[in-house]
Design a protein. Structure first.
Length: 223
């Protein structure tokens, strides 16, 4: 079942003092429900631009986007630097979307607590962000993105700022969460290793202009 589909997406940035930048050209992509897809490619090949367009944070110059869940659903985002509210504890930060969306039901908080446990944060619910390691903060921001029923989770180099050991650790945690929630995930990374470890499919992009060069199916047993 298709979750999301992009047809002929192009994106050109108009710059004030230099020539236009064609960030994306001719992007065609179908994403199926429950897939874990990584996007890799050199710096500047349009990975972030593509993710932002899919997430509705930016508009494409050409082409169409189709979401199975209706128009412009709000998708869960995790960025490299998780911005947590410093005066709110882990549970309040992770549950912030429930508050904003006014869906603070008992049921949703029960799901939130399950996710916090799955992410190994059950003993840190009352901790403030400054008391957490970098890896723990990213885990809070993953739970936050999953706290409401977003149809897709978009992650832009979520572990790019972490050391290698923490990163490996979080990759395993993320797979555990993915296995339980069966959420469709689109994951941007610099690391081929990380992409192959996590994904069902790896989208390889090439720069100038940003295009999909190749889509590789990964068929490795999951840990
Ligand atoms: P990646 O995430 O693969 O590094 P980006 O999507 O960030 O690539 O950028 C793709 C291209 O678009 C790059 O050439 C970049 O300089 C350019 N670009 C990205 N954002 C903007 C912007 N807001 N204005 C102008 N050019 C941009
Ligand atoms: P991660 O790999 O998720 O970044 P760390 O390697 O930083 O986690 O920490 C591993 C474990 O150490 C955490 O799951 C937590 O139990 C504990 N820990 C890390 N930072 C703190 C802290 N500031 N206070 C208490 N315990 C911590």
């Amino acid at each position: 079942e298709i979750s999301f589909s992009a047809k002929n997406i192009g994106k050109t940035y108009h710059n004030l003092l230099k020539d236009d930048t064609v960030a994306l050209s001719d992007i065609n992509l179908d994403i199926y429900k429950g897939e874990f897809i990584s996007i890799i490619g050199p710096s500047g090949c349009g990975k972030s631009t593509l993710l932002r367009i899919i997430g509705g944070l930016d508009k494409p110059t050409t082409g169409t986007l189709t979401y199975s869940g209706g128009e412009n659903p709000e998708l869960g985002f995790v960025f490299q630097d998780s911005v947590l509210l410093p005066w709110k504890n882990v549970r309040e930060n992770a549950g912030f979307p429930l508050k904003i969306k006014k869906i603070e039901t008992e049921d949703n908080y029960k799901k939130l607590d399950e996710l916090l446990e799955l992410a190994g944060l059950e003993d840190f619910k009352d901790s403030l962000p400054r008391e957490l390691s970098g890896g723990m903060k990213q885990r809070v921001s993953i739970v936050r993105a999953l706290s409401y029923d977003a149809p897709m989770l978009l992650m832009d180099e979520p572990f790019g700022a972490l050391d290698a050991i923490t990163r490996d650790h979080l990759n395993i945690e993320l797979l555990k969460i993915w296995d339980k929630t069966k959420k469709t995930v689109l994951f941007v990374t610099h690391s081929i290793e990380e992409a192959v470890f996590l994904s069902d499919k790896v989208i390889v992009m090439s720069p100038r202009p940003g295009r999909i060069k190749e889509i590789v199916n990964i068929d490795l047993p999951r840990p």
